[in-house]
Write a protein that binds this ligand. Structure first.
Ligand code: ADP
Ligand code: MG
Length: 473
């Protein structure tokens, strides 16, 4: 069959397949694929794919869908598929179809303006439109959480109330919650959706208590149809806040309003939270998100690379997916560094250049690769004390000050920065870091690291500073 018609056939086939899959799944597994040969007598059809992983996945999971779609498009009776790895198929073959263009076309057709409805007077961070259910990559480790989120978005306040999402840092809790928020706004434009961190809600409650306005606060929240409270574990030890939140929770619950909570651990393990509140949290559905397996990590990287519209070779993405072992945020962080390097220094990402880059931030880790990318073993030359010294010098304070209980702004900042660097660059655990600072609690260290990450997101100066320090380490 002629090349151009193979391309047409694949394009039509992809349109059929697209209808059956989520966008992210479709983009992940059908980009850089093509029909390279098709025999209309025997039905033998060869599909070109970029890496061996695609062969496994497409033949394992999608071959029925593909066969049926080709049969539908070509009217050939019985298609039998084989797969072949062909690198840079888009560049070298005229048969390749631009899959992202296909999807983009649908997007422009159905793009709608989003509007966030807030209950009057309720303070809320606006939901970030970048978090959606369709760009949440689903794998075994978050499947249940995703299914529950979808169900809640379809019928808020109906079945899983509250929905309690738990799991470690950077594993997609905030993304999932906000995605539900965005979806609910889309499905129920009149609904009032409110997203707060537990820190924000604590502040609000404390203020209300101080000014004797708790009734007003309660009536404000009563207007909300969907309340999202992120990182609820931080209301531990705060008795008044917990008491007030208990009433708000009941108020909403009794009126059939949907509540979604996230935390770093399941409700039963929130020791410092009142039992009656804990048991409320357990009333609905608890789902966990865990660190994704290799295939899902790879799919997430592909998805994020696609979103940033930069083409990164699959072997590079595979290398990153293989060498990240903690969180999706870390995965994304490395991808962002790769993109920055590409944009600023015009360095095209290769396994080598990325290995160098990761060497800076993964000091204590041995980087691994497949046969083509062997031999990346890196040892740290710096000790934790060196890092403390570097940061203290930068802030012109002493090692003693930084390890004291001082809450002076710049001392606090230096301390938080050190904790962050020890976590990110030295790969130390929260407990190890806590010990270094006179037995500080796991949650304190975690909070410090989180604080720095947030600052890096919002303040370019902090981002620059941290990157400079990482460079020195
Ligand atoms: P958490 O709230 O659990 O600390 P986040 O929701 O902030 O984690 O996730 C960290 C980053 O990783 C976000 O940018 C998010 O988009 C991304 N992420 C996490 N899980 C997924 C996933 N399954 N698919 C796509 N992106 C994800
Ligand atoms: Mg979060």
């Amino acid at each position: 069959m002629e090349l151009s018609s193979l391309k047409d056939i694949w394009k039509q086939t992809l349109l059929v397949i697209r209808k059956q899959l989520e966008k992210s799944e479709f983009l992940t597994w059908f980009n850089q694929t093509a029909i390279v040969s098709l025999d209309d007598e025997t039905g033998d059809c060869k599909i070109g794919v970029p890496t061996i992983m695609f062969v496994d996945n497409l033949s394992g999971k999608y071959s029925d869908i593909i066969c049926q779609a080709i049969e539908e498009v070509t009217e050939i009776e019985k298609i039998s598929l084989t797969f072949e790895v062909i690198t840079e198929i888009e560049k070298n073959h005229k048969v390749a179809v631009d899959v992202s263009a296909l999807v983009k076309k649908e997007d422009t057709k159905k793009s709608t303006v989003k509007e966030v409805h807030l209950a009057e007077g309720v303070e809320s961070k606006i939901l970030s439109p970048k978090y959606t259910l369709s760009n949440y990559v689903v794998g075994g480790e978050n499947q249940l959480a995703f299914a529950a989120a979808q169900a809640v978005a379809r019928k808020p306040g109906h079945k899983y109330n509250p929905l309690f999402v738990y799991g470690g840092v950077g594993l997609g809790k905030t993304h999932l919650m906000q995605a539900v928020g965005n979806e609910v706004i889309k499905n129920f434009p009149k609904y009032k959706v409110c997203y707060v961190t537990s820190e924000q809600i604590t502040n609000e409650i404390v203020q209300a208590i101080r000014s004797f306005k708790t009734n007003e606060l309660r009536s404000k929240y009563r207007n909300v149809d969907l309340l999202l409270v992120d990182d609820i574990q931080f209301i531990a030890h705060k008795d008044k806040t917990q008491e007030e939140f208990f009433h708000t929770f009941n108020e909403l619950y009794e009126h059939g309003k949907q509540i979604i909570l996230s935390a770093d651990r399941p409700p039963q393990e929130l020791d410092q939270i009142e039992p009656r509140l804990r048991s409320r949290f357990e009333m609905g559905m608890s789902v966990d998100v865990q660190f994704p397996d290799f295939e899902t990590r790879f799919a997430i990287l592909q998805q994020k690379a696609k979103e940033s519209e930069i083409i990164i070779p699959n072997d590079v993405l595979e290398f990153v997916a293989m060498n990240v072992h903690h969180s999706v945020r870390e995965l994304e962080g490395i991808l962002n560094q790769i993109i920055a390097q590409y944009e600023l220094q015009q360095i095209s990402p290769t396994v080598d250049s990325v290995a160098k880059l990761m060497k800076k931030t993964h000091k204590r880790q041995t980087l691994v690769g497949n046969s083509k990318m062997d031999g990346y073993t890196f040892e740290s030359e710096k000790t934790p004390e060196d890092i403390i010294e570097i940061v203290c010098n930068n802030f012109k304070i002493t090692d003693k000050q930084v390890k004291s209980e001082s809450r002076k702004k710049h001392v606090l900042m230096a301390r938080q920065l050190i904790m962050y660097l020890l976590k990110e660059a030295m790969d130390m655990t929260y407990e190890e870091i806590g010990d270094l600072f006179g037995g500080k609690e796991h949650s304190t260290v975690l909070h410090s690291c989180k604080k720095i990450k947030e600052l890096m997101d919002t303040d370019p100066r902090v981002r620059k500073e941290v990157n400079q320090l990482l460079g020195m380490i």
